[in-house]
Design a protein around this ligand. Structure first.
Ligand code: GSH
Length: 247
């Protein structure tokens, strides 16, 4: 058995799988996928707060029918605890931060929170038009444009970090906004043909995040991220079960 990676190392359940019985009383269950950046958000929050939980991984290229009763879109992450079912990475993360003990991760000062939300909204555009468009397109011109979009996003993020005046977006420790933004940054650094060192405040931020215990608990190597993306884009159902897997 491979011992616990923060992203959960159980085999991803397929269409023909039997629905697992509900989690035991008081146990938090995360339905996830080991390489999903949105699941990564929630897992960082749970790791930072020290919330014990179990993970049921879902094979997204062979989704079990029973899973749609938990999440009609069939996406991950979803959480389940004592009959409560919640999905969407930001919603589950905010809920977990609010109800579980451990340090509070969400920014409470209204203006700072508003600025962080605007940052995340811009980042979402960089992620879809820079990261995903680069990954999904086979057209060199589209890919080149996507790289330029990512670079513009990096310039904006670097400027935010520089003017923010704290080590992390949320303050002296990573907070909820850091954990919402970081998963795609880790993957962009691994996959895009762009060097973070060209954006010194961003590189400094990325390096500081590497020292955070939650980030370390959920970290996959750049090589494994690339291997996953290549296998997943080739349509492989096996892609999810590469790397550390508990049989
Ligand atoms: N808005 C969702 C996005 C989650 C998402 O797209 N997850 C991907 C895996 S990385 C997924 O479940 N894909 C399966 C599908 O789209 O059918 C969230 O924030 O949780």
């Amino acid at each position: 058995m491979v011992v616990g990676h923060g992203m959960g190392n159980s085999v991803h359940l397929r269409e023909d799988s039997v629905e697992p019985s509900p989690p035991a009383k008081g146990v938090l269950r995360v339905y996830g996928m080991k390489f999903c950046p949105y699941v990564h958000r929630l897992k960082l929050v749970l790791a930072a707060k020290g919330v014990k939980h179990e993970t049921v991984n879902i094979n997204l290229k062979s989704k079990p029918k029973w899973y749609f009763a938990k999440n009609p879109a069939g996406k991950v992450p979803t959480i389940e605890c004592d009959g409560i079912v919640i999905y969407e990475s930001d919603i589950t993360s905010e809920y977990a931060d609010a109800v579980y003990p451990g340090r509070k991760l969400a920014t409470t000062e209204p203006l700072k929170l508003a600025k962080e939300k605007m940052l995340l909204s811009h980042w979402a555009q960089t992620v879809s038009n820079g990261f995903y468009r680069y990954g999904y397109s086979k057209d060199d011109e589209v890919k080149a444009t996507a790289v330029e979009v990512a670079k513009t996003g990096f310039v904006k993020l670097a400027a935010y970090l520089e003017s923010n005046g704290s080590t992390f977006i949320c303050g002296s420790q990573p907070g909820l906004t850091d954990y919402m933004l970081y998963p795609h940054l880790e993957r962009m650094n691994a996959i895009l043909p762009v060097k973070l060192s060209q954006y010194p405040p961003l590189k400094a931020y990325f390096d500081k995040m590497q020292g955070d215990p939650a980030v370390q608990a959920c970290r996959f190597s750049d090589e494994l991220h690339c291997e996953f993306v290549n296998k997943a884009l080739a349509g492989s159902k096996e892609a999810y079960d590469i790397g550390p897997v508990e049989k």
